[in-house]
Design a protein around this ligand. Structure first.
Ligand code: SF4
Ligand code: SF4
Length: 354
């Protein structure tokens, strides 16, 4: 059952420690799930496993790494084998989990991942984990890197189970699934008062007016911009400062490239096949047998990454594979900024138009 327009009131602050409502919700989730949520580590918001409600703190700015790690882990075993015993078995490790604190852009990112992992030959590992995952969203306020408004991902009405909107004295709660509704119904919350809904609307207006970063073209026009930008000097320029560190891939909630490795034990008869994150900006990514490399330079690798986000995957799935979270710009040590680069290409493309 969807209750996306119906709000209930959950009392308390954004820190579960001092918030009776949030604490109640986390404690309910802890009964049946492994719970991950946003916490502060070394002054930064990150996702971590939560064993006690008091560890949770909801943040209005994005976490450094996204929540994709809980659905598509950085390293996972896909297969175990023992040649001597003629055994091999597929490994699918998943358990009931709840992720708390995803912002709207990150919920959109999970919807994109759902498309990817169900495409072609569906990926049993991802889908099994996804099926057992409960999503609790939380609203946000843009910083100087956020540009979800330009990509239509600043609001979300689907893809979560429960969503928490912060107001001064607590939260207004929406649900978008039967499971989410069941959990919230169990908390016996009262319906939101009209003045509380008004406060939320006011906050939403403020949020919408607070974006500093934006793209100067509509998402539907971006494939054409990138299709005409292959020869742009922008690629050489950013390629000359890029360190090839791969951070932009690692922090991105929609990057899903991986490598498969066989890890053989010392006995040489037993081993595991593992899947590990990979990234198209890393030097070895496009190297193939015989030492051939079909994207030799950093400029070519960055051009590929941007095209994946705004053109190649849009052609396949019908939407950009960037949700505007700004994580890649925040993480880049040489300050390659996705909105600045894209806007430069948009300007060049506009100039080329008759
Ligand atoms: S984070 Fe910056 S420096 Fe590192 S690979 Fe990405 S663009 Fe290059
Ligand atoms: S490309 Fe950058 S801004 Fe877009 S979703 Fe990935 S990390 Fe976020």
């Amino acid at each position: 059952m969807k209750n996306i327009e119906f709000f209930r009131y959950l009392p308390g602050a954004a820190k579960a420690k001092s918030a009776s409502g949030l604490k109640k919700l986390v404690n309910t989730l802890l009964k049946e799930h492994r719970v991950y949520g946003t916490v502060k580590r070394d002054g930064f918001p990150v996702y971590a496993e939560i064993a006690d409600a008091s560890e949770l703190e909801l943040f209005s700015t994005p976490t450094h790494l996204s929540a994709k790690q809980f659905l598509f882990p950085p390293r996972e075993t896909l297969l175990r084998y023992d040649i001597r015993r003629h055994l091999h078995e597929a490994v699918i490790e998943s358990e009931r989990q709840a992720i708390i604190g995803l912002h709207p852009c990150d919920i959109h990112a999970i919807a994109l991942m759902d498309e990817v992992w169900a495409y072609g030959r569906p990926d049993a590992n991802y889908l099994s984990r996804r099926e057992k995952t409960l999503i609790v969203g939380a609203d946000c306020m843009p910083d100087e890197y956020c540009f979800c408004k330009s990509l239509g991902t600043m609001n979300v009405n689907d893809g979560f189970d429960i969503f928490l909107h912060k107001i001064k004295k607590g939260f207004l709660v929406r649900t978008a699934s039967d499971k989410g509704e069941e959990i919230i119904a169990g908390l016996k919350l009262r319906e939101a008062k009209p003045y509380e809904v008004k406060e939320l609307e006011e906050r939403e207006r403020l949020r919408e007016a607070s974006f500093k970063a934006r793209l100067d073209a509509l998402p539907k026009d971006l494939p054409e911009v990138f299709a005409s930008s292959n020869e742009s000097t922008v690629w050489e320029r950013i390629g000359s400062i890029c360190t090839g560190c791969g951070s932009c891939n690692t922090v991105c909630p929609t990057c899903y490239c991986f490598d498969i490795k066989d890890e053989v034990k010392a006995s040489l008869s037993e081993g595991e096949r593992v899947r590990v994150w990979d990234g198209c900006t890393l030097e070895d990514f496009a190297k193939v047998a015989g030492g051939h490399d079909f994207r030799k330079t950093r400029a070519e690798r960055l051009r590929h990454r941007f095209n994946r986000k705004f053109r190649y995957l849009t052609d396949r799935f019908g939407m950009p594979f960037c949700v505007g979270c700004g994580r890649c710009s925040r993480a880049c040590l040489v300050k390659i900024n996705i909105t600045e680069v894209t806007n430069e290409l948009i300007r060049e493309s506009n100039k080329r138009r008759p």
